[in-house]
Design a protein around this ligand. Structure first.
Ligand code: GLC
Length: 759
């Protein structure tokens, strides 16, 4: 019998029901110190509260090192991040008057409770990776990095933990950032009582930041001035990436490369999942299936492909395995409170986990990564770094009333201030692995921009890695969710993000794949990836018709690369993500509520189809005039197809078309079609204008080195005045690239040569 009513455990059932009752407001047991500081970040007032509880041994908890804010910007960009904190003295929390009446108390040695008001009209955005629409209000959001492949309405804990919440009241946006890597449960008015609460399960206190109300752009600018911005990615990493779990051997990879080139489907990167390794041992390659590992990378490089490999943290427990032995002798693995190396099961079987909280271990891991550099691997993909454990997917005790004592937190980690329980710092695991990887690649290839991709992450990860949102499925629902999810990632400071195109789990369909590429060409991170059992979903896996549609979409991505790079440059300067909610640019009510459309930079609006069998959709056009991106770039002289803004219009969306519109007053720098970014240095760039008056900033650099940080780049202000082209240098640190420039006036089919002056 599947379900025996007589077996019901009524004690458990009652406990569960009781857990849903609204908690009684607890008594404050806090006896530590609160230090208030304030600053302005790009003119925005920001308050910071450093809260240190007194521990049971009578000492104050050490100030936790915030890996999110501790970083050294490069010399030329220091001004973007400059600020000084004014110390406001020790404060009594009760005397504070904070936005939304935010208050907190320490309810237990291992729990802090926060409350704030959430009037009915206030929207909630951000909070990193949430399986939700753009407004994440009305739900509970637990931040405790977890390998959770079940992306559905009940998915609460996911891979990333970024506790930055944006509160939107009319035209104003305020921010709360609870800077702590400990587990947090944010309840955003699930009781519909107009209040929100946060439970922070920590024994060590926190840093709380409150950002004054301002525009969305200014708020994200200030937040990223504090937590850092993404470096410019290597150009090749913005091209098309093809992955699968797993291409089984090197012959398959060679075939794959051949297919892309012979079919003229642009692609820059092929990605090796776990099966390139010898029994999933990190820092090895299979001698049977990938015997010519280094040679393969070399051959692919000659054909202008980069090879990226997955690197998981779990080190196979095998006394004969050199890396395991080194980890033991160097004391690099996480240990239980009893001092034994903590062992759990992941892909290699029983495995030990490097303690990335320890600087010494990060250095060791970075040294080991030389293996990949020596073999010509171009970038590293960090996965399973929550860290995932097959027999303990959700390690947090349930129900969680307070954080258990350090000794009962699965294992211990070694921080700057000594041993700390794993749960207290778990949310940093992926971040620190990414940081170690980024720093190692920079060390080994000082002349190249590193490419690191990570699944788990916390605040500030954009400084070190791109992210993808884990194991989605080949479902339209996941296609739809990718929009609000990526928008919230961008608002949380992380611009270089994407999801698996085609869907990871399950079998994609030709139509779904095409629809996914229609949006995917606008994901900053642009990768097709599929799971072990899934049907093949490379662009050529279906009919020639499907292949032609996908080719056209990928070609459009490559044509937009100059624009995409300009957007990364803007992010660097202002923190603006590439994918932005309409409300970033427009103040009207419809724009504020919209999350099935988004702005890609300030010039392009994307309004995709996310349902099967749909060949048209209602598109909201904010104020101004708009034209379809495809008609603007068509060069056929048929004129651009224009829509007047301020209304919702039913628009045809044939399968395979680019679902994007250009805003009047824009100038898009557009490259020629290319097969890989190796052709970029010599491509023509054409400035496509929409409107007789337009302006934009365009930047150019070598796309690969870090020289832009030493001011080796060219930057121009481009204008269209009464239909005429004009370009003025803003900065001249680059010998002008050897390429031709053209200007395509609005509504014309004839490109005119133009110039980007040096002085
Ligand atoms: C995880 C990753 C997925 C990868 C698989 C095998 O599920 O999220 O992308 O393909 O592991 O390594």
């Amino acid at each position: 019998m599947a379900f025996d009513i007589l077996q019901t455990d009524w004690t458990k059932a009652r406990a569960k029901m009781a857990a849903w009752r609204a908690p009684i407001k607890a008594r404050d047991i806090f006896t530590g110190t609160i230090v208030a500081e304030s600053t302005t970040l790009n003119d925005l007032p920001v308050s910071k509260f450093v809260v240190r509880p007194r521990l049971e041994d009578g000492h104050l908890a050490p100030i936790s090192k915030s890996f999110a804010t501790d970083f050294e910007p490069c010399e030329s960009e220091k001004s973007f991040y400059e600020h000084e904190w004014d110390l406001d003295e020790k404060v009594d929390q009760k005397s504070l008057c904070l936005p939304f009446n935010l208050t907190w108390l320490q309810a237990k040695p291992g729990r802090f409770d926060f409350h704030f008001e959430l009037p009915a009209h206030v929207r909630c955005l951000g909070l990193g990776e949430r399986f939700a629409n753009l407004n994440i209000r009305g739900n509970t959001h637990t931040l405790f990095s977890t390998d959770n492949p079940n992306h559905n309405e009940h998915a609460d804990m996911l891979y990333k933990s970024i506790p930055f919440l944006i509160l939107n009241d009319g035209p104003l946006y305020s921010g709360i950032w609870l800077d702590s890597p400990a587990p947090q449960r944010w309840d955003l008015d699930t009781e519909l009582s107009g209040t929100a609460k946060i439970e922070l399960f920590s024994r060590l206190g926190f840093n709380l930041y409150v950002f004054a109300p301002t525009t969305l752009a200014d708020l994200v600018c200030a937040f990223t001035a504090l937590t850092g911005r993404s470096a410019l990615p290597p150009l090749w990493s913005l091209g098309h990436q093809q992955c699968r779990w797993s291409y089984p051997d090197q012959a398959t990879i060679r075939d794959l490369a051949h297919e892309f080139r012979s079919r003229k489907i642009p692609c820059d990167t092929l990605v090796l999942d776990i099966d390139y390794m010898d029994e999933y041992r990190v820092f090895t390659h299979s001698r049977e299936r990938f015997p010519d590992f280094k040679k393969l990378a070399g051959e692919l490089a000659r054909d202008h492909f980069k090879l990226v490999t997955i690197v998981d943290p779990g080190v196979k427990k095998d006394e004969k395995f050199e890396v395991y032995r080194q980890g033991l002798s160097g004391d690099h693995f996480c240990k239980t409170a009893r001092g034994e190396v903590f062992i759990e099961t992941v892909w290699p079987g029983l495995s030990a986990f490097p303690d990335f909280l320890s600087e010494k271990t990060r250095q060791w891991w970075g040294d080991k990564l030389k293996f990949y550099v020596d073999n010509g691997i171009a970038g590293i993909w960090n996965d399973m770094n929550e860290p995932a454990m097959f027999n303990n997917q959700k390690p947090l005790p349930v129900p969680l009333v307070e954080l258990p004592e350090a000794q009962s937190q699965l294992f211990m980690q070694q921080g700057e201030n000594g041993a700390v329980g794993h749960f207290e710092v778990r949310n940093l695991y992926g971040f620190l692995m990414g940081q170690a990887t980024h720093q190692a690649l920079t060390r080994y290839r000082p002349k190249e921009r590193p490419f690191v991709l990570t699944r788990s992450a916390s605040t500030g990860i954009q400084r070190y890695a791109a992210v993808w949102l884990g194991d989605n499925s080949s479902w339209y629902e996941h296609l739809q969710k990718s929009l609000p999810m990526l928008l919230n990632m961008g608002l949380s400071g992380v611009p270089f993000a994407g999801v698996d195109i085609g869907g990871f789990g399950g079998d994609t369909t030709p139509e779904l794949l095409v629809r996914w590429y229609e949006i995917g060409i606008f994901y900053p991170f642009f990768r097709n990836h599929c799971a072990l059992m899934g049907r093949a979903q490379e662009p050529f896996s279906f009919s020639p018709k499907v292949e032609a549609m996908v080719r056209h979409l990928i070609e459009t991505r490559y044509r937009l690369l100059p624009y995409i790079q300009d957007l990364f440059w803007m992010h660097r300067r202002t923190g603006a993500p590439l994918m932005r909610p309409l409300a970033w640019e427009f103040e009207d009510q419809v724009s504020r509520d919209c999350d099935d459309q988004f702005m890609f930079g300030d010039s392009i609006m994307v309004a995709p189809v996310v349902q099967p069998n749909q060949r048209s959709r209602r598109v909201y056009f904010p104020e101004g005039r708009w034209c379809t991106l495809e008609s603007l770039l068509a060069d056929h002289g048929a004129g651009v197809q224009i829509y007047e803004g301020g209304q919702t219009i039913l628009v045809n969306c044939p399968l395979g078309s680019v679902p994007a519109f250009v805003r009047e007053g824009s100038i898009l720098p557009v490259a020629d079609i290319m097969q890989s970014t190796a052709e970029y240095p010599s491509t023509d760039i054409t400035f496509y204008a929409f409107g007789d008056r337009a302006s934009s900033i365009h930047k150019d650099d070598d796309g690969i080195s870090l020289d832009y940080q030493k001011q080796k780049y060219g930057e121009w202000m481009i204008y269209i005045h009464d239909g005429d082209f004009d370009a003025r240098p803003i900065f001249n640190g680059l010998t002008r690239p050897k390429r031709r420039y053209f200007f395509m006036p609005s509504g014309s089919s004839k490109k005119l040569p133009c110039d980007l002056p040096q002085h």
